[in-house]
Design a protein around this ligand. Sequence first.
Ligand code: 2HG
Ligand code: ZN
Length: 462
Amino acid sequence: MTRDHREVTTIDPTFFAEAVDVVGANHVLRDADVVAGYTADWTGRFTGTSPAVIRPGSTEEAQALVGLCRRHGVALALQGGNTGLSGGTVPLAGEVVCSLRRLTSLELDTVSGQVSVGAGVVLSDLQAAAEAAGWAYGVDFASRGSATLGGSVATNAGGMRVLRYGDTRAQLLGLTAVLGTGHVVSHMGGLIKDNTGYFLPGILCGSEGTLGLVTAARLRLVPRAPERVVALLAFGEVAGAIEAASTLRRQLRTLSAAELFLQPGMDLVRAHTGQAAPFGGPHGAYLLVEASDDRDPTADLSLAVDSLPGVAAVAVAADPLRAAELWRYREGHTDAINHHGTPHKLDVSLPPAVLADFVGRVPGVVESVSSGAEVWLFGHAADGNVHVNVTGIAPDDDAVDDAVFKLAAAMGGSVSAEHGIGTAKRRWLHLNRTEDEVAAFGVLKAALDPDGVLNPSVLLGG
Ligand code: 2HG
Ligand code: ZN
């Protein structure tokens, strides 16, 4: 399905010849079948077209490529692992895809507890390298096996450990990026105290590739917490589960995740994975909690869970295999939903006080605009982030998106908690950002990417 598709401008063939001079013939991919592997998003909701995929192998090559694009008036759609869920990696306006996956350098500094990574390093590879060196990386999310650090930084990726370590921005000490002007900004020294002017990583992180092409990042690591225990708690009501997440944040110092999901999602995941039911009966809500530390946190977790009101059933797993099984009920949602139908991904966040009310109201709001739609609700209970997934509606039917985003904004929430605006949510940016804020975004865009060569379809390109 092609959504919001625009005219593809013709590109002068000398552009491709010059691109070959920059990155080498093996890294200018023009075979239509190969290029097609880069033009759709993971969910299948957004598809674009592109004349080529170009894969720079260094910051210098990326800089030369940006210069080439400016001279030829060619726009780039930047792509890492292509795991984004807001259509932000898709060449909707016929952009040339720029894949950063070749930038896989990884240098650990075990003394400072920091790492320098190329944009193409895959999250799970960083996590494994950090663990092997006696450290850990504080960000984790389900697409860890394909998502890259460049994309993670560009979108300020969140995930399930935000409650403990913060989002990607909170790990970011510096980065290297090629701005749309062609300047390379590189600040990778990793000094913890360094008040020497504008903190450019803070502007580039979360800018979704619209201001600069991130080629590397300097990230902080956190102490390992190798002893883990996971508990799945069942509640009669969503409000009980959300209240419990908040209590555990206060009472369990070792809490490292508090994930919410509901019975329909549990049933869908089980139908997809073949897993057994964790408990006898159906329940109003589930909260998956994890505690981790350098000493076994099972006793602390059990004590904290025992004092929670409204818990209808509990399964505790310290054994890694059983713990992974419990995690699969939650992490299996994205796959199971995609298997069920092409989803609309409405990644919102709400203030804690209204989160349960929002979850309760969403199905009625969706039903009121689309009677055939199915709603799947899950997310990160401790940081107010609900993933409203909706199937059973056409990919380009925005009525449900509109209704859910308006409800979230009216209740004090955000239309994009952690997935970004991408191309999917440009229409609703104004629900969270004032006219002056959007104008300031435009000023930054014009200053740092004056020719509009970087991700022109993303965030502001409505
Ligand atoms: C998660 O929390 C990811 O698992 C994906 O952010 C959410 O599939 C989704 O909507
Ligand atoms: Zn998430």
